[in-house]
Design a protein around this ligand. Structure first.
Ligand SMILES: C[S@@+](CC[C@H](N)C(=O)[O-])C[C@H]1O[C@@H](n2cnc3c(N)ncnc32)[C@H](O)[C@@H]1O
Length: 222
């Protein structure tokens, strides 16, 4: 049986690129690439978790064409689109937890754009990233902060599509939000040192700005 995130993105895949191509509909890939650009050097190995149809990787490759990208995603339908657009990217169907024990390569950069809010156990995800990164490697990610007076982001957890009338409604598919303190603590506990933290608006939902934080963190030298 499909996991909720897989069921949702398999349904959304056929409209994802079109829906996000409208101006300002989805600015996270361009924003994150801008933050990461001084780390994007030729010949490095980069893992994108939640690569989707490849929008972040596309921005990264525009900036530095000579990066070896591996992408992992829970949705095979999103990956099928990515594979057609970017035949040179190595793609893996699954979750980051699946590859920790059998992935021999370690990476200089791991990027997670618009995906951590769908991973319930973010601490476990940071631990997995730590074991996949080279010493001194970069973990770059976005997350949804909890914001107490925000109409959407005031809850730690809410259904991603709450209306059961919507064809994109998937029971038990949640968006998870964290406080900046929770993220800082989880990074520290898993051997990361935060280099940079910025806030931006990646998209609007029903006319309401959604807020993301973008973090760049360095893995310790161990
Ligand atoms: C909002 S899309 C972002 C895609 C791409 N990073 C971008 O910026 O356009 C979120 C992606 O995360 C994937 N995803 C959700 N939960 C996941 C998980 N636990 N492991 C791997 N991928 C996941 C979804 O299938 C989807 O492709």
């Amino acid at each position: 049986m499909k996991q909720p995130a897989e069921a949702y993105y398999d349904k959304l895949s056929s409209v994802y690129d079109q829906a996000t191509s409208v101006e300002n509909a989805w600015v996270a890939p361009a924003y994150m690439t801008e933050r990461m650009k001084t780390f994007l050097r030729p010949d490095i190995d980069l893992l994108e978790i939640g690569i989707g149809t490849g929008q972040l990787s596309e921005e990264i490759l525009k900036h530095e064409n000579n990066i070896n990208i591996t992408g992992i995603d829970i949705s095979s339908s999103m990956l099928d689109i990515c594979a057609k657009r970017f035949p040179t990217i190595k793609l893996i169907h699954g979750e980051v937890f699946d590859i920790v024990n059998n992935q021999k390569t370690s990476f200089q950069i791991i990027a997670i754009c618009g995906t951590l809010e769908f991973i319930e156990d973010y601490t476990h995800a940071f631990a997995a990233c730590h074991s996949l990164l080279k010493p001194g490697g970069l973990l770059a990610f976005t997350y949804e902060p909890v914001i107490h007076n925000h109409p959407i982001q005031k809850e730690h957890k809410s259904l991603t599509v709450s209306s059961i009338e919507s064809k994109y409604h998937v029971p038990d598919f949640y968006t998870y939000r964290r406080s900046p303190d929770e993220i800082s603590l989880a990074l520290e506990d898993n051997g990361f040192y935060a280099l940079e933290n910025s806030e931006f608006v990646p998209y609007s939902k029903q006319g309401i700005d959604v807020i993301y934080h973008c973090i760049l963190a360095e893995k310790d030298e161990n």
